[in-house]
Structures are given as C-alpha cells and as structure tokens.
Write a protein of this length. Sequence first.
Length: 330
Amino acid sequence: MSKKIFIISILSILFCCTKIEDNNQLTIYTYDSFSWIQKSLVPYFEKSHNCKIKLVLFDSTSGILTRLKLEKDNPQADIAIGITPTMLAQSKKDNLFDKYKSPKLENIKDISLIFDKDYFTTPYDYGALAVLYNTDKIKKVPANFSDLFNHKKSLLIQDPRTSSTGTDFLLWTIALHGNNWKNFWSSFKGSVLTSSTGWSESFAKFESGEAPMMISYATDNAYSIHNYGSSAYNLVIPGGKAFLQIEGASIVKGSSQTLLAGKFIDFMLSDMFQKEIPLNQWMFPVTNTELPEVFSHALHPEQTVSIPLTEIEDNLDQWLIDWEKIMVAD
C-alpha cells in the first residue's frame, strides 16, 4: 500500500468514526435546574448506549417552546424535558412532538399522573403548589385563599405567560373557582406585590424580604431542612385542595434519534433515575421509589383539584388574555 493510499484510508476511517459519533448524539432541551443529571445519570446512559448527550439549558420552560417553534422546520433537539400539561397544550398547536408510549409506563404508581393519553409526553415527576410564608411576619396562617385578601401587596406570584409555575397557579384558581375565577382574581390581585417571570426571581425577592409570602412548592421545607438544618419558613395549601404540577419528557418531532430518545425516556422511569429525583429535583418521583426521610417535612396533600387537558387546550389562550386584562386594570 502506498503512503498516499494509507493516509487516505486513515482519513476515511476517522471521518467515519466522527460521523458515527455525530449520528449517535442525543440533544436534550431542558431548564437550568435540571442540570444535575449531568453528574451521574448522563454518563451512565452514554456508556450504556454508546452515545453522547448534549444538554441545552434554558432559563425558563417557556424558552424551550419558543426555541422549538423557531427550529420547527429544522429541529436541533431530540428531547424536551419539563413539559407540563399547559406546555403540552401549547405545543400541540404547532405539532412540536411525536407520540411515544414507553413500555416503562407500567412503573408509574398512579395512572392519573399520565395526563396525556395520546402519549405526546411521558411524566417523570410531580409536585404540589403551596404558599410559602415567613413565620416571623405571618402569624395567622391563611386557611383559604380569601384570607389572603387581607394581606395587601404581600404575595409574590409568577407570571403565567412566562412561567410554568405561574400558569399552574392560575389553573389552580380556575379549578377551585370555576366560572367565578375572574371575580376571584379581581379581589385577589390586591394581595399581589409583583408577578415575576419565574420561580427563581420570586424566591430571590422572597429571601431578600420584599414580601412575606410567595407561590412555591410543597417540598420547600424539606429542601431547607436538608440543606440548612432548619427553616424560617412554612407552607400552607389554602383550602386543603392542592394542584399538582406534573412534568414530562417528549420526543421532538423531526428528531433523527427517535429510537435513542425513546430509550432515554424509558431510562427516566427506571429506579436509578427516579430515586435521584427527590433530593435533586425536589419533586415527587412518579414511581414507587422510596422517599428520603427528609420528605416527611414536605406537604403531602390528600385532596387535589385538576383541569382536563382538553379543557386547557381549548381555553388557555383566552384565560391568559383575561388574566392579563384583570392584572393591568386600574
């Protein structure tokens, strides 16, 4: 073999190897606080499936959908993680996801957590919304949402147009108050100090003392005790009827890695993945994974309210318009 032919052969092999690696890359879009999976779960999956995972992090879940819409004709992602029912309702208008029915769905402990019966998304965790309050400043716990009317400019909420937490809080009030939800918000808005773009911004304001209450999650006390040994805050679910935020993972329509993407979603329902959710995600796993002891400090709601996905799909745009009108009205 001549030297020239040898060099060409080596270059061909290198090109092929590079091509194989490129074709075996899984690109995942998710929010920044989900980056913890890079510690051990991503390396394990990469080794098990001889692939590479590229994790693209966003400041908010709304940013994920915005990017997917922009890339619809030339998809750059294979999986989107953090898809709530409201996000799914929005995504269906643009046909952003493919159906995938995981064989691991049988691992899910409660069938009601499978909020999409068309299988455009697969649930992997859930958590209840709650009101987080500073016990030094709030002496009388608000038993019902109407009790908050007496606390003027004291509550931090998240904007439902930019935040999944904010959208689910809006849905919580609609589930509780039905057709009277707009009347509720007309009175309730006096209790709101500000509407932040996302949960992190609200929590920063809460910790700095800008307001004594905020809309947050039922696991916040467990988080504080685990990380700091104690908590100056407490939680309440006004009225005792909680709203669950369920998060799912979806395969992006047009992905060239649908088989590998499906395997990753299956992996998310495995014991190895699910047992990492409580102390990293600070949400509840969807399988019967044993919870860490510190989760005894989380609120475990006995009653929940919800809105069917089809109703969300039909009404969400109008609900957001109506909410905005109420909040900007004099």
